[in-house]
Structures are given as structure tokens and as C-alpha cells.
Ligand binder design. Structure first.
Ligand code: SER
Length: 320
């Protein structure tokens, strides 16, 4: 039986992943680690909660010992846009924090570590269409720098210490439970909230900026499938390309208009455009498909229908 600590359990992905893993492994076996005070009733009422600062190695070790943790999922990160406002903080949280996790796992002989990477690991000299698994990794954002370094140090711990460390390169993740914090792909979440609330949205990326994206149910499936995959079948470990769909703000707006014909979009470009311009337009995820059977379920229109339904109900209840 696994005892899992999720660090960053109140974040966009962590909040939903924690609940999903509690369904699978039992509430008491999935510890929600978070630096902020957790306020979600769902998280508080479904299993243990611990204060975890990923930059404090003793804090992580104490929680691991207290709950007999044997796997850590490290979701705490400063994303791309926030990382450009404070690159030193991004390095400290994303890299030094992750090395703390690896060191606790090594010293306390944990069974597994999971650390996501991102499309931000790629850069302007990477081929942008159908970006291959093995390619140029020269990102220009600090977030991307920490993601490449994270992939490399994770693989180093695999080869040097024989540890089980896994990870994949998330595209932009779209969800309706917890808002993302400080990323470049955040527009693709905000647009749905604004479509429901105001029937218009001002986008900070240009209308033809194509980026790889994924709906949260697929993100959870990919994460859990790789987490549970037969380790002996994996040739890659910490850097799986992952894809579901690619679209531009203009294409996304058209998808929303099929449900809300009066919806309009306009554009006010900011510094996040340069980050987006350095990332791929689409991703080749054949290694994930071959090594652990990855297959997404949602395309853009299926995601839009579900997002608008869920957010429409939340808006009626006065939740935003
Ligand atoms: N969603 C992330 C960001 O925009 C990319 O992994 O920073």
C-alpha cells in the first residue's frame, strides 16, 4: 500500500490530484502538503493535511517520517509568468525545493518520486511543430530553466542511486476547480470564466498563438497512469512529452461561440507573449503512448462543452 505526500496540494493540479488519489488509495494514505493554509472543505475533510515548505528539507523529512510516506509527488512550483517577475524565487522553489525532495527520498529510502516538467522546458531553437521527445532543450524563461534542470537531476538520481523518479512535460492545463497561478497558458482558463460572467474576454496573447493544452481529467489520468506504470517498461523517466490538443486564442473563442454566440474576444498583449513564442505549437507524445499507454480523451470542443456546463452551474450558485 502506498502512502503518498503531495507537496503543493492546494494548487491547480494538486487540489484535484489529491482528491483523485484519495479515492484510489484511501483518504488516510494521501497527505495534502501545502505551504498555505488549506481552506478547501473537500481537502480538509477527506484525509490528512500537513504544512510543507518545499524549501525546508527538515520540514519535508518530518512530515515523511510522521506519516510513513513512501512516495512524494512534488507539485509546488513558481510558474512561467510569476517566475519572470522573481527568477531567484523560481529557482529556489522549483530547483532547490525539488532537490530537497530527492534528498529526503534518497536518505529515507522512499519508493517513488514524481516531479512534473512542462512544455516550458523547450525554447526558441526547439522545432515548434510536433516537437520530438528528444530535441533541443534551451529554454529562455527561468521556469523552463528549472524544468530542464529538474528533468536532468531526476534522471541523475535514477542512474546514480537507482531511485524511481518519474515525470512528464505538461502542456497548459485547463480546469474549473482551482485557478492556475502565474502561468502563460492561464488565459485558456480565464477565458471560460469571463465568457460565462461577462460574455467577453481580453486576451494577453495574440490571436494566432498556438500552444499545446490539456483538460484536467486527462492531466489527472496521465499523472496517475505514469505514477502507476510498470517501472520496468519505462525507457524514459522524468521527461515524457505529453499532448492532447493545440489551439490559438482565436480558435478557442470560436469553440466558446458555438455555445455563447454573443461572446467576443479582444487582445491586449503583454510580456507573456514572448514566453509563449518560445514554446512549441504541438507535441509528439509517442514515447508516452508506447511506454505507458497514454491516450487523451478530450478534444477542444468536448472540453469547452464540459467547462461551460460546470462553470455555468457554479456561476448560478454565486461561486464566482
Ligand atoms: N502552464 C504553465 C505556464 O504557463 C506551463 O507549464 O507557466
Amino acid at each position: 500500500m502506498k502512502k503518498i505526500l503531495i507537496i503543493g496540494a492546494a494548487g491547480q493540479i494538486g487540489s484535484e490530484l489529491t482528491l483523485e488519489l484519495r479515492e484510489i488509495y484511501g483518504g488516510e494514505n494521501v497527505i495534502a502538503g501545502e505551504i498555505k493554509e488549506i481552506t478547501s472543505e473537500k481537502l480538509l475533510n477527506s484525509g490528512p493535511v500537513a504544512k510543507v515548505d518545499i524549501t525546508d528539507i527538515n520540514n519535508i523529512a518530518d512530515v515523511v517520517k510522521k506519516y510513513n510516506v513512501d512516495a512524494i509527488i512534488s507539485m509546488a512550483a513558481i510558474l512561467s509568468a510569476c517566475g519572470e517577475q522573481n527568477p531567484q524565487l523560481a529557482w529556489n522553489v522549483n530547483m532547490n525545493g525539488f532537490i530537497n525532495v530527492l534528498e529526503v527520498a534518497r536518505e529515507l529510502k522512499l519508493k517513488q518520486v514524481f516531479n512534473p516538467s512542462s512544455i516550458a522546458a523547450f525554447g526558441p531553437s526547439t522545432p515548434r511543430n510536433n516537437t520530438p521527445q528528444e530535441t533541443v532543450l534551451k529554454p529562455t524563461s527561468m521556469y523552463g530553466v528549472t524544468k530542464v534542470a529538474g528533468e536532468l537531476i531526476a534522471d541523475y538520481y535514477v542512474f546514480k542511486y537507482g531511485m524511481d523518479v518519474r515525470g512528464l512535460r505538461y502542456p497548459g492545463i485547463i480546469s474549473n476547480e482551482t485557478l492556475p497561478g502565474g502561468g502563460t497558458t492561464d488565459y485558456a482558463v480565464a477565458i471560460y470564466y469571463e465568457a460565462i460572467k461577462n460574455k467577453k474576454y481580453t486576451c494577453f496573447l495574440k490571436e494566432d498563438t498556438m500552444l499545446p493544452m490539456m483538460y484536467m481529467p486527462d492531466c489527472l489520468k496521465a499523472t496517475i497512469d505514469l505514477f502507476q506504470a510498470d517501472y520496468s517498461k519505462l525507457k524514459h523517466h522524468s521527461d515524457f512529452n505529453l499532448a492532447a490538443m493545440s489551439f490559438t486564442p482565436a480558435i478557442l473563442a470560436e469553440s466558446i461561440k458555438k455555445h455563447i454566440p454573443e461572446f467576443t474576444i479582444d487582445y491586449k498583449i503583454d510580456f507573456r507573449q514572448a514566453i509563449a513564442d518560445s514554446w512549441p505549437r504541438s507535441i509528439d507524445d509517442s514515447a508516452a503512448r508506447e511506454e505507458w499507454g497514454w491516450k487523451p480523451s478530450y478534444d477542444l470542443d468536448a472540453m469547452t462543452a464540459d467547462m461551460l456546463k460546470v462553470l455555468g452551474e457554479k456561476h448560478k450558485k454565486g461561486l464566482f
